[in-house]
Design a protein around this ligand. Structure first.
Ligand code: ASP
Length: 334
């Protein structure tokens, strides 16, 4: 079990390692861990949006650059991943850096019973930054306590997925040119889906209205609802997507997280609760977008893919630009 009793104040994380002024261009995230979206304010987001956009231009014009030449990323994944793992690798490589990919922990010393702190301390001996995905809430904070190099949380169980939320909010910004004033619906597994937990917290920095659409057993956790209430944002919890589809600007659809269910019969009962198909899209606004962190397992029919409002593949591409911006920032090269 992960010990989460020692809470970390993520807003004030110390810099790691020795300061190397020659490396630094002054960004606040230089040498810091990225553990939670709570570390980000609007100014940080604007900075990330700007740099991610520059990264897009860089990739489109030149394919790659040598900004992180000589730097090494350890990509440590204890849970399956396609997009997060691959986009961190692509981000590092497109900036001229190298990657140590450890995504089959069954073939590493973890299978021999090595602890997370020991694994992380080993990898940081070879690398300049560590990306960690782990099934337990609090694992990234725990690992960061032991690591001397910046550690980036790539998903800790049902806890947070901060880099996904950053690419999600960047996508919303890119698609609309603004975030304030939008109506955002999150649909599906709001209980176990870490991406909607992180995205909701991040969106609280903006003037948005929330719709939480889920079956009763998959409602948004109470602590997040409390934060939404305390911040004074408008929100509605609904079960029937048809009640709200015509008014939303962003429809953020999620997969029911099968791997988090103890009782598979319960999963079976809700797994096909929502399906976004062309018929449903007919009821949506002409100017709105559909997002999904992927993988999708039936929540959005393939027939929606050609609809210009389907933003999920653009969202995936944005993930690489945002991760390029983040890696450059924590390594002091942004
Ligand atoms: N890829 C996302 C995550 O790691 C969403 C999902 O798995 O459903 O949380």
């Amino acid at each position: 079990m992960i010990d989460t009793t020692q809470e970390m104040d993520v807003r004030n994380l110390p810099r790691k390692g020795k300061p190397r002024p020659a490396d630094v261009t002054g960004h606040a995230f230089y040498g810091r861990d990225i553990l939670s979206v709570d570390q980000f304010g609007r100014e940080d987001l604007e900075y990330i949006f700007r740099v991610a956009d520059e990264m897009r231009t860089l990739v489109e014009r030149f394919g790659s650059a040598d900004l992180l030449q000589g730097k090494v990323l350890a990509n440590l994944f204890y849970e399956p991943s396609t997009r997060t793992a691959a986009s961190f690798m692509a981000a590092m490589q497109r900036l001229g850096g190298q990657v140590i990919p450890i995504n089959n922990v069954q073939y590493s010393s973890v299978a021999k019973g090595e602890s997370l702190p020991d694994t992380v301390r080993t990898l940081e001996a070879y690398a300049d930054v560590v990306v960690l995905r782990h099934p337990e809430v609090g694992s990234a904070a725990l690992a960061a306590r032991y690591a001397h190099k910046p550690l980036i949380n790539a998903g800790d169980g049902i806890g947070e997925h901060p880099t996904q939320a950053l690419l999600d909010i960047f996508t919303i910004y890119e698609e609309f040119g603004h975030i304030d004033g939008l109506k955002v619906a999150m649909v599906g597994d709001l209980k176990y889906g870490r991406t909607v937990h992180s995205l909701t917290k991040l969106l609280l920095l903006y003037d948005v209205a929330f719709y939480f659409v889920s079956p009763d057993i998959l409602r948004m956790p109470e602590d997040i609802i409390e934060r939404v209430k305390a911040s004074g944002h408008s929100f509605r919890e609904v079960v029937d997507i048809h009640e709200i589809i015509h008014e939303v600007d962003v429809l953020y659809v999620t997969r029911v997280q099968k791997e988090r269910f103890d009782d598979l019969a319960k999963y079976e009962a809700v797994k096909d609760f929502y399906v976004v198909d062309p018929e449903l899209m007919q009821q949506a606004k002409e100017r709105m977008i559909v997002m999904h962190p992927f993988p999708r397992v039936g929540e959005i029919s393939y027939a929606v893919d050609d609809d210009p409002r389907a933003a999920y593949f653009r969202q995936i591409e944005n993930g690489m630009y945002v991760r390029m911006a983040l890696l450059a920032a924590v390594l002091g090269k942004a």
